[in-house]
Each structure stands twice: as structure tokens, then as C-alpha cells.
Design a protein around this ligand. Structure first.
Ligand code: NAP
Ligand code: ZN
Ligand code: ZN
Length: 346
């Protein structure tokens, strides 16, 4: 299947128009026309090889919302014309304990990424969603509820599920104090979900100009981290901290904000390790944990939750020729709050 796309031909280069062939529709596959594809900071990390050597040419994009155009002979979940979403992975082993539990993102063999990796045949390079079309096994795609706009939905397929999953896992509920570090694509979804679950939500941001937006999203408090002294009154305050910051930082400054038995969940993935002081964890029996996207059943649950609560991402829709500019603005934390590519412009 012929595809038009935007690709990085080498590490740390601008993305350019690119054409390639996707695999033909298999009996368990669906084909889709992509309507919108979100730009996740993970795309930027990988094009820049900040997570290690990557595969080029690379068509990034793992926040894909589109319309089904064809279904294989054995497909039962989708019909032509359905709204469909694709996230960070397109396959997994299906047999391990994680896969059996619907936690395909934690597949012991490693999930099969939407791009920057090989498909399960071990030779086809997976190409992502900055493209006009896509083919995927139906078991790894989700149904998009009819009442949600496709542009605002696209970021839910990564940014949305990546915050929904830990918010559910750590049982966010009324009476809990939750902090979200970084009000970017992931962080703003964290605010919306934690507020919807009834928590008291604080945004910890190094961009003071985002305060009004944070409050409009439902956050109860906004604290500028530009001045570290602002964190001192928050010592031993939060039950849960969701760290979505894409850059390196002193994690101990934030661990200190956890109350007794509190947990800081690492979600942002900067290239360099954090330095954790043992004493900071011991004091207050604090935990530091991680969380990675969410499995297929939870992606569907998240979309249905969004449909019920009218939650979508705040997006700036762009044409494909603006991708490189959007990358620069995202790195500069100048995104409100997710760039989404209108795939008809590719
Ligand atoms: P993003 O839109 O760029 O948001 C990151 C936010 O971090 C920025 O908006 C900014 O918020 C804050 N920040 C950036 N640089 C900072 C600095 N130098 N000091 C302090 N704060 C800074 O990125 P995203 O798409 O939300 O992704 C965030 C991170 O999560 C990335 O590392 C990405 O790779 C990772 N990620 C992880 C998963 C997972 O499964 N765990 C999934 C997707 C993405 P303020 O302006 O409010 O400070
Ligand atoms: Zn992502
Ligand atoms: Zn598996």
C-alpha cells in the first residue's frame, strides 16, 4: 500500500516529505486513512537519538486517529467508516503474562512499536503516523467514540492513556492531593483526568504563563518552579506526583514533596538517569515508580471515559510543513498543549 509521509532521513535532521510502501492488508488487519496525528515529545527524543541509536528513515507518530477504509476477511471488531485509534504499539507476543492480562505495553518480549523498530516478522521497519494511511492488526486498535472530535482525540492515544493508566493504578480519588509536573502534552491530560477523578490537583510548572490555562483545565493550584523556594511550603504535601517533565531535573526536590507513603511516578523520559538520594526515599516511606502508556483494554476504557466526561486534548492543528517548527516549539515548552498534524496536508 503506497503511503505519503514526513520522515527524518537521518538523526537530528529536519523531517521531509517521504513516500514508501506499507504491507498489504492481511486477513486480521484494518486499513485506515489517517485524519490527525499528534506530535509527542517521544517522537522528538527518537529523531534526535536521545534514547540511543534509532532506525532511519523514520516516520514518527504514535497518536493516530482516522477512519477505517478496508477490513481483512477475518476482522470482526471494525467496519469500513468506523473511527479508529492507534497508539504507541501495533503488536506484541500475545502469550506472555502481561499480554494475557491486556498489558501489552509490558510484553516480556517487548511491545512492537508503531515506529523506530521492526514488525514481528523481524524485518519490516515499522513506520508511524505522520502519514496519510496505516495498516494494523485489529486487536491493537481501538474504537473512537462518535461524540469526540478526531483532532482532540489523536493525543489521547499516547498522552491520554499514559496519564490515565497511572491515575487509575494509584487509585486517584476525592481527598487525594495530586501534583502534575510539567504542563505539556502529557501533563495537561494528567490534570484533566485527575480533576475528573475528584482529586485536589496542583500543577508544578517552569512556565508561569501557563497558570491561567492550568486553572481553566480544572487545576486547583499552580506553582511556578522557576523559583525553587516556591516548593518549600509544599514539603510532605502530596499523595501522588506525576512527573511528565521531558528534561533532566533534580528529582529529590520533588520527592521531598511527598507525604507519608506517597509515590512519585516517573513518566517523562529524558535521556539521562536521575540521581536519587536514599535518605529522601527513606524519610516518609516514599516510593518512586514508573509507568508506561497503557494496554489495549485500558486504551478503550480511557476513550469511553473521555466520551462520558467530554475530555479531549487541547490541540493546535498544524499543516505538515510546520512539523519542524512544531518540534522546536515543543522543545521550548511553547505548546498549547499538543501539536496535531492535519494528515490531509501530507
Ligand atoms: P511536552 O509536551 O514537551 O511537555 C513536557 C513539559 O515538561 C513541558 O511542557 C514543560 O512544562 C516541562 N519541561 C520541559 N523542559 C523543562 C525543563 N528544562 N525544566 C522543567 N520543566 C520542563 O512533552 P510530552 O509529549 O508531554 O512528553 C513528556 C515526556 O514524557 C517526554 O520525555 C516523553 O518522551 C515522555 N513520554 C513517556 C511516556 C510513557 O509511557 N511513560 C509516553 C509518552 C511520552 P512546563 O512548561 O509546564 O514546565
Ligand atoms: Zn507518545
Ligand atoms: Zn507478550
Amino acid at each position: 500500500m503506497k503511503s505519503r509521509a514526513y520522515a527524518a532521513l537521518a538523526a537530528k535532521t529536519d523531517l521531509v516529505p517521504y513516500e514508501f510502501e506499507r504491507r498489504e492488508l492481511g486477513s486480521n488487519d484494518v486499513a485506515l486513512d489517517i485524519s490527525y496525528a499528534g506530535i509527542c515529545h517521544s517522537d522528538i527524543h527518537q529523531v534526535a537519538e536521545e534514547w540511543g541509536p534509532a532506525i532511519f528513515p523514520m516516520v514518527p507518530g504514535h497518536e493516530i486517529a482516522g477512519i477505517v477504509t478496508a477490513v481483512g476477511t477475518k476482522v470482526s471488531k471494525f467496519s469500513v467508516g468506523d473511527k479508529i485509534g492507534v497508539g504507541v504499539f501495533v503488536d506484541s507476543c500475545r502469550a506472555c503474562e502481561s499480554c494475557q492480562k491486556g498489558l501489552q505495553q509490558y510484553c516480556v518480549e517487548g511491545m512492537t512499536g508503531t515506529y523506530n523498530g521492526l514488525e514481528r516478522d523481524g524485518k519490516t521497519v515499522a513506520m508511524g503516523g505522520y502519514s496519510n494511511n496505516f495498516v494494523i492488526n485489529e486487536d491493537y486498535a481501538v474504537k473512537i467514540p462518535d461524540n469526540l472530535p478526531l483532532d482532540g482525540v489523536a493525543p489521547l492515544l499516547c498522552a491520554g492513556i499514559t496519564l490515565y493508566s497511572p491515575i487509575k493504578h494509584w487509585k486517584v480519588k476525592p481527598g487525594m492531593k495530586v501534583a502534575v509536573m510539567g504542563l505539556g502534552g502529557l501533563g495537561h491530560m494528567g490534570v484533566k483526568f485527575a480533576v475528573a477523578m475528584g482529586a485536589e490537583v496542583t500543577v508544578l510548572s517552569h512556565s508561569p504563563n501557563k497558570q491561567a490555562d492550568a486553572i481553566a483545565m480544572g487545576a486547583h493550584h499552580f506553582v511556578s518552579t522557576k523559583d525553587p523556594a516556591n516548593l518549600t511550603p509544599l514539603t510532605k504535601n502530596f499523595d501522588l506526583i506525576l512527573n511528565t517533565v521531558s528534561a533532566e531535573l533534580n528529582i529529590n526536590d520533588y520527592l521531598n514533596l511527598l507525604t507519608l507513603d506517597g509515590t512519585l511516578v516517573v513518566i517523562g523520559l529524558p535521556g539521562k538517569p536521575y540521581e536519587v538520594h536514599a535518605g529522601t526515599l527513606l524519610n516518609g516511606r516514599r516510593s518512586m515508580a514508573g509507568s508506561m502508556i497503557g494496554g489495549v483494554p485500558e486504551m478503550q476504557e480511557m476513550l469511553d471515559f473521555c466520551a462520558k466526561h467530554s475530555i479531549v486534548s487541547d490541540v493546535e492543528v498544524i499543516k505538515a510543513d510546520y512539523i519542524n517548527q512544531a518540534y522546536k516549539r515543543t522543545v521550548a515548552s511553547d505548546v498549547k498543549y499538543r501539536f496535531v498534524i492535519d494528515a490531509s496536508t501530507i
